[in-house]
Design a protein around this ligand. Structure first.
Ligand code: UDP
Ligand code: MG
Length: 318
């Protein structure tokens, strides 16, 4: 019998958990050919989320949990889950029921046909602001233009992965993670299933615009060096234009003699070039900062407590 694992990163989700668990229970009744593991990753919640999960565990040994030592963010919480999950097929799902658990049945059908990454594509996104939908659309357009990997549109982390896809994801050593791009990088056979994204069942979103901008910059910088190329290209263009302008000024001075006016143009050019230089210095700095973080080789996360499959303990991860 194959094992299906559902991993659920959670950060202060006490209000949604009981609804989620109920939906998962009704899903489990429909899973005839699979053994189930539900792996909650507590990402440093400050509310009662962990206690609630522990209560589920007391009654139901299919529920497992990892308690991270603090809040590391969803990307790293997923990374931790990949290390601890034991299933042959692994589903990533949000704790707020924005990802309908029933869709897993459809995903499994494709998994059984040999697909390694069955991702859920949103037909609609209810309960999200116009601004969020618009900015995310613009971001993915830009990313698609400049990054060399194809990133699926209207797709989040909700997906089913085969064991070999999970192992591939685990082999990425990077500390700054943009998992959505990594799903594309690993390749394997992919298949979309469609769903309507519901609003959150309870609680509020854990993302604010600062975090989203951070994720967006991460997405671009960790998948492409096009911004650096742009810097070189702009530099070459500007040098070329300056050279032509210099020749004109030089020629004019030789033919017509010294010309005194020019204060305004010099100031404009200086400010413009100063601005361009600072922007590109910033871009180089962003990459340099990432190199700095990677070379430190710090561990990705720390686990305070793990409760679940014996297999994992044997592997000596905790
Ligand atoms: N989450 C997490 N760590 C964080 C932020 C979020 O584990 O630092 C979890 C959160 O509990 C939820 C999922 O990631 O299960 C998606 O978060 P959220 O619903 O806030 O994002 P949105 O759906 O609004 O993009
Ligand atoms: Mg959500």
């Amino acid at each position: 019998m194959q094992k299906l694992s559902i991993i659920i990163p959670m950060y202060n989700e006490e209000e949604s958990l009981s609804y989620l668990y109920e939906r998962l229970l009704s899903l489990s009744k429909k899973l005839e050919n699979y053994e189930l593991e539900i792996l909650f990753v507590n990402d440093g919640s400050t509310d009662n989320s962990l206690e609630i999960v522990k209560k589920f565990r007391e009654k139901d040994k299919r529920v497992c949990y990892i308690n991270l030592s603090r809040n590391f963010g969803k990307e790293i919480a997923m990374g931790a889950a990949f290390d601890f999950v034991t299933g042959d097929a692994v589903v990533i799902m949000d704790a707020d029921l924005q990802d309908p658990p029933e869709l897993v049945l459809e995903m499994l059908k494709h998994y059984e046909c040999g697909y390694d990454d069955v991702y859920a594509k949103r037909k609609s996104r209810n309960g999200e602001t116009f601004l969020k939908k618009f900015t995310s659309k613009v971001f993915y357009k830009i990313l698609q233009c400049i990054a060399s990997v194809e990133i699926q549109k209207d797709t989040g982390d909700f997906r089913l992965l085969s064991r070999r896809a999970v192992d591939a994801l685990r082999s990425f050593p990077e500390k700054q993670r943009y998992t959505k791009g990594m799903f594309s990088l690993i390749g394997f056979k992919k298949k979309a299933v469609y769903f309507d994204r519901d609003p959150r069942i309870a609680g509020t979103t854990k993302w604010n615009y600062f975090k989203l901008i951070d994720l967006a910059i991460e997405g671009i910088l960790s998948f492409t060096i096009v911004p650096l190329r742009l810097a070189s290209f702009t530099g070459i263009m500007l040098s070329f234009i300056s050279f032509i302008y210099m020749s004109i000024v030089f020629g004019k001075t030789i033919i017509c003699g010294v010309e005194t006016p020019g204060y305004a143009s010099i100031i404009c050019i200086m400010l413009f070039l100063g601005g361009i230089q600072l922007i590109f210095l910033g871009i180089i700095g962003e990459y340099l900062g990432r190199i700095f973080i990677e070379v430190k080789q710090r561990p990705l996360y720390f686990v305070e407590e793990y409760c679940g499959s014996e297999e994992v303990k044997i592997k000596d991860k905790v």
